[in-house]
Structures are given as C-alpha cells and as structure tokens.
Design a protein around this ligand. Sequence first.
Ligand code: PEP
Ligand code: MN
Length: 264
Amino acid sequence: MNELKPLLKDETEKLQPIIIAGPCSAETEEQVMATARELAKNGVKIFRAGIWKPRTKPGGFEGIGVEGLQWLKHVKEETGMLTSTEVATKQHVEAALEAGVDILWIGARTSANPFAMQEIADALKASGVDIPVLVKNPVNPDLELWIGALQRLYNAGINRLGAIHRGFSSYGKHLYRNLPQWHIPIELRRRFPDLPLLCDPSHIGGKRELVAPLSQQALDMGFDGLIIESHCDPDCAWSDKAQQVTPDVLNFILNTLVLRDSTV
Ligand code: PEP
Ligand code: MN
C-alpha cells in the first residue's frame, strides 16, 4: 500500500480533522433528514448512516435496506453533504454505487472475514469506480487481519483508503464497549504513515459520555478524523441508542476539542 491517493478529492480533504457524523442506522426518511439537516447546519460535511446492519443476534433491526439509499440521495441533494454507508456484500456494493453513495465503509464483522473482503474487493474492481473506502478494524485485536482487509482492496485498485479504529471486543464487563488498545492503531500508523486513520469513539465507548474524551485522546494521538454517531432523538434510536448524541451535543463536543497545531 505504498501509492495511496488522497482519501477525499475536494475541499473536505483539507478539513482537519475529517468529521463524519450521522445515525447508527437509517430508520425513517424523517429521522435521516432531520438529523442530516441539523448536522449540515452545524458544518458537518460527511454524513453516515447504516442501511444494512450486522446485528449480533437475530430478531433486532437489521437495517432498512435499499429503500434507505434513496434517503441518502435526498440528504446529498438537499444539504450537499457527502454520504457514506457500510457495505458487507457484493450486492451492497452494487446497490450503494448505483445510488451514488460517496464513501463506503467496511464494518468490524466484515473486515474479520477474508472471503467477504475479497468479494467486496472484486465487486469494486468490476465496477471500476474510484471511491474512498474506510476499513474498520476487525472485532478481534488482529492487526494483520486489519492490514489484510486493506490490502485486498488496495490490490483490487482501490487507492483512496482509510482505516477506522473502533475498538476490540472482549468478554466481560469493562468501561468501554470495545477496548481501545490504542497501541494497535498506532502500530498501523507506524507501518503505513500515509494511510488516513480515523477514530470511532461511539463504538469504542458505547456510552455518550465517553464520546468527547475518546475523541480528544484520538486527536492527541494524531488521528486524522472522527466518525461519530449522531441521531436527532438518540433515546429512541433503533440501534446503539446509548452511544448516540444529538447534533447539538456533537457540535458542542467538536467545538471544545483541542486540535493539534498543524503548523508544527
Ligand atoms: C456501525 O458503524 O454502526 C457499526 C455497526 O459499527 P462496527 O462495524 O464498528 O460494529
Ligand atoms: Mn452503530
């Protein structure tokens, strides 16, 4: 992975840190639009929303599916934000590209699966589209598996790549939903200094109170951006409600983060 291109082509690239925000899941068109409008008003340039949700157990909300892609289109048309969603299969890739999603991300359960990663890489290669792809770390603390997932995409011709640190699952009760184990993303950075590295404090913390301190820690360690779950009515969210913050709270958090001096 030694010929990476800038992750984002336009002005958003120059925004440091890169901020991606939006709900865990797209639930209804009203929820997506209400959240997106508030985020855009506060200056967020990249919107996230899960359309297909990999849930640990069956029976929960598994995502709204392709219908939600039209809502993302609407977000883009109305607010001008770039849109992003998670893809886990060839069909997801094809549907998301067809709907004009701007940025794809690979979830932690998918990056742990080489067959799924290869299928996604092949689908992207076949599409011939030059799209940024962000790869979350696998659920388990396996740096080589994370790198392997990135390499499968790179070998398929995707060179606008980024990595997302979302913590690592472990058994038992901990302060964090997913342990940060910061040395792992830091080692990834040491090995691939040109690979943009984002932090997902929402899935690391699992609680909204932890979003601000984890975001600050990540920026202090030199992360290039943050992907944060934000919902217009977090307590009523259909997934991950404990960790989502309102767009106003997100705005407060972003405005109080201490940024690195990029001139040194
Ligand atoms: C998500 O971003 O909502 C998600 C499912 O994340 P992860 O793959 O990190 O668990
Ligand atoms: Mn989530």
